[in-house]
Design a protein around this ligand. Structure first.
Ligand code: ATP
Length: 216
C-alpha cells in the first residue's frame, strides 16, 4: 500500500506519527490543522493532502482527533510489527545509536552490530551484541531489511558492497561518502556535520528566521 502513495508523503508520515505521539503524551486529544502544521513545520495544505491519500481526513472546524490519527498511522506504518535492523561500525556514533536504540520509536530495533576491532567483538552495548564483520554473510541477516552505516569514510563503500550481498534493501548512511550501489538499494544519507554546518551558515546569514528566507 505504501508504494502507491507519493514518496514525499511516505517520508513525512513517520514525522506526523512521532509528533502526534508526543502531543498525545502531553494530554492533547484534539488538534486544529494549523496547530498540527506548526508542530511539524509543514503547511496545512500539504498535511491535508498527505492524510487524504490515506483516507484520514480531519473534520472541518474540528481539526484532528489525535488518538484516532495515531491509531490510523500506526496501522498504516506497520508500527505493531517490530523491524529489526543491524549496525556496522561501533565507534562514537555507532555506540550512541546502539545506546539510543530507537526506544521512543518502538517498532525498530538494532539487533546486532558489526565491527572489525577485536577489542569490541564479543561485547554488548545496551544488550546488542557486536560481531566481526566477517560474520555478516553468515545467513542470519537474510530477513534484515536495513542497515545503519557508521564506519569511517574510508571503509564505507566496501562495507556497503558487502551489505548488498546480505540481501539488505536499505542503508542509513551516516558516513560522508556518496555510496554507489545497485538501484534497488534505498540509501538515506545523514551527514550530521553537513547538517550542522548548513544550519550555522543559515543562522549567521539569516539571523531572523532562516526558514522564512528559503532555508528549506
Ligand atoms: P565515529 O566516527 O563514530 O566517531 P570513531 O572516531 O570512534 O567513530 P572511526 O574510525 O570513525 O571511529 O570508526 C568507527 C568504527 O568503525 C570503529 O569502531 C572501527 O573499528 C569500525 N570500523 C572501521 N573499519 C571498519 C570496517 N571495514 N568494517 C566494520 N567496522 C569498521
Amino acid at each position: 500500500m505504501i508504494e502507491r502513495i507519493p514518496q514525499a508523503t511516505a517520508k513525512r508520515l513517520p514525522l506526523y506519527y512521532r509528533t502526534l505521539q508526543h502531543l498525545y503524551s502531553l494530554g492533547k486529544n484534539r488538534i486544529s490543522s494549523s496547530e498540527f502544521s506548526q508542530s511539524v513545520q509543514i503547511d496545512s495544505a500539504t498535511i491535508r493532502r498527505d492524510l487524504s491519500y490515506l483516507g484520514a481526513l480531519g473534520k472541518k472546524g474540528y481539526g484532528y482527533d489525535v488518538g484516532h490519527l495515531i491509531n490510523f498511522l500506526r496501522g498504516f506504518l506497520n508500527q505493531d510489527e517490530v523491524t529489526e535492523v543491524i549496525l556496522i561500525g561501533v565507534g562514537n556514533l555507532g555506540t550512541a545509536l546502539l545506546n539510543y536504540n530507537f526506544h521512543k520509536n518502538n517498532n525498530t530495533r538494532i539487533i546486532r552490530a558489526y565491527d572489525i576491532d577485536e577489542a569490541k567483538i564479543g561485547k554488548k552495548i545496551a544488550d546488542t551484541p557486536i560481531y566481526h564483520l566477517d560474520d555478516l554473510l553468515n545467513g542470519d541477516n537474510k530477513h534484515i531489511p536495513a542497515a545503519i552505516l557508521t564506519v569511517p569514510a574510508s571503509a564505507a563503500q566496501i562495507v556497503a558492497d558487502k551489505l548488498v550481498l546480505t540481501g539488505i534493501r536499505g542503508i542509513l548512511n551516516f558516513t560522508p561518502v556518496r555510496l554507489s550501489l545497485p538501484d534497488h538499494i534505498l540509501i538515506h544519507h545523514i551527514d550530521l556535520s553537513v547538517e550542522l554546518q548548513s544550519m550555522v551558515y543559515l543562522l549567521k546569514n539569516y539571523p531572523l528566521n532562516p526558514l522564512d528566507k528559503g532555508g528549506e
